[in-house]
Ligand binder design. Structure first.
Ligand code: CA
Length: 423
């Protein structure tokens, strides 16, 4: 077992109850302070740890790392080191911050240079995303959308149970949690009897998703099998794939989503390694009909990660609008990656693959307002007395995600974005 995965491990850094970041998590991200330029960090409890300064002080000397790997603006170079190195860093951090280890614990001068309270730092976009692919892998979501927009009797299209449907998204507009999203304008056709109109979207929505980051490239012409996939997946983050339903429904035939999706996507700031999530592994859903051999896989490749969506109106209180779970996904990440590369498509370090909206079986577990309000026909009651069919200006949409086993909780923190009026 990886040292950092030892459930008995405690840190000398305080970890509050129900915190997503115990010493067994050790996610990776990028932060800056008023004094320090962007650099890599990790977090335990509410304490952000400066990995660049630790490297300068020699704490990783025995790992033979490239000197500048922690001083980059993104974690891509670090991921490129490969899992042997990156997991060794994670283990080294677990060792240095475990309660028994006095090296740093009893060195106040070193601690003052390395540790920051999370409120003292700004968290930045952790990954330079090259290509972004969005899947459509929740059976419940695809079924709901099929019922609403096509045929309730044949909600799933014929290919859906045979392959993980996906499309190529836009990487340039992926922003870190905390970044505001401007309501998109575009062309819509709200009345089918009338010509299309132009203006701000009236059906702005979130999509509750989990994304994985590719940490190892494959050469063009080669493919990654389901068995090899975990070696290529560095880690996971929460992902809100903002969607303008009115723009989307008018533009999407025949080539799929375009301007209804590419104006913004929000990612959580800490990339949680696949290995930190080991304790949350569960068996995936039974796949019937049987998949083609290249999509078959062995073992537990799904993850029991609870997911929540809350909406906070301007100056108002949060309302929980969805409680879903990553384990509801029909297609696993290993299958998504195997399918993505089966034609020889080359993935590069920093590529991002999002799950698609993660809806569960019941209305309180649906992963978008489109489904929760059933196309606007069932408004949601907010705690402040207002109603929502979609997302209003001034609303902040907050995603949360975490899993728990035997009292140990591993989570992602939050992924939030506020909607500003159209310009
Ligand atoms: Ca999506």
């Amino acid at each position: 077992m990886l040292k950092a995965n030892n459930p008995q491990l405690l840190s000398w850094i305080e970890v509050p109850a129900n915190c997503d970041f115990p010493i067994q998590n050790i996610p990776f991200g990028i932060f800056k302070t008023t004094q320090k330029p962007p650099r890599m960090g990790t977090i335990i409890g509410n304490t952000v740890i400066d990995l660049q300064t630790m490297a300068e002080m020699g704490y990783f000397n025995d790992l033979d790392l490239i000197k500048t790997v922690f001083s980059q603006k993104y974690i891509n170079d670090f991921m490129s080191l490969g899992k042997a190195k990156t997991l060794a860093v994670r283990d080294k951090l677990a060792e240095l911050f475990s309660s028994e280890n006095p090296t740093l614990r009893d060195d106040s001068s070193a601690k003052s240079k390395i540790l920051h309270h999370k409120d003292e730092v700004s968290l930045l976009l952790p990954v330079q995303v090259g290509d972004y692919t969005d899947f459509y892998s929740s059976r419940e979501h695809a079924t709901n959308v099929g019922i609403m927009f096509r045929d309730p009797q044949n909600a799933l299209l014929p290919n859906w149970l045979h392959l993980p449907v996906g499309y190529h998204g836009r990487a340039s507009s992926i922003v870190v949690s905390g970044t505001s999203i401007i309501r998109p304008k575009g062309q819509m056709r709200p009345n089918q009897e009338q010509p299309p109109v132009y203006g701000p979207s009236k059906q702005l929505d979130f999509e509750l998703e989990v994304a994985f980051v590719v940490g190892k490239s494959n050469t063009m012409g080669s493919s990654v099998s389901t068995g090899e996939a975990e070696d290529y997946i560095f880690g996971l983050a929460l992902f809100n794939d903002w969607s303008a339903r009115d723009i989307q429904s008018w533009e999407y035939v025949p080539l799929g989503p375009f301007l209804g999706k590419n104006f913004g996507s929000t990612i959580s700031p800490w990339i949680v390694t696949l290995e930190a999530l080991n304790l949350l592994r569960v068996q995936g859903p039974v796949q019937e009909p049987k998949v083609l051999p290249y999509l078959e896989y062995q073992g537990e490749k799904s993850y029991d990660i609870q997911l929540e969506v809350l909406i906070r109106p301007e100056n108002g209180q949060e309302t929980l609008v969805s409680h879903s779970n990553f384990k509801y996904m029909y297609w696993t990440m290993a299958q998504q990656l195997a399918h993505h590369t089966v034609n020889g498509c080359n993935m590069r370090v920093g590529d991002l693959c999002a799950s698609g909206t993660i809806s569960g079986p019941t209305p309180d577990s649906y992963g978008s307002m489109l489904e929760i309000s059933w196309k606007g026909t069932k408004p949601v009651n907010m705690t402040d007395g207002s109603e929502r069919k979609f997302i209003d200006d001034g609303d902040t949409v907050i995603l949360k995600g975490w899993g728990e086993r035997n009292g140990l909780r591993i989570g992602f923190g939050i992924c939030e974005g506020k909607v500003l009026p159209a310009k």
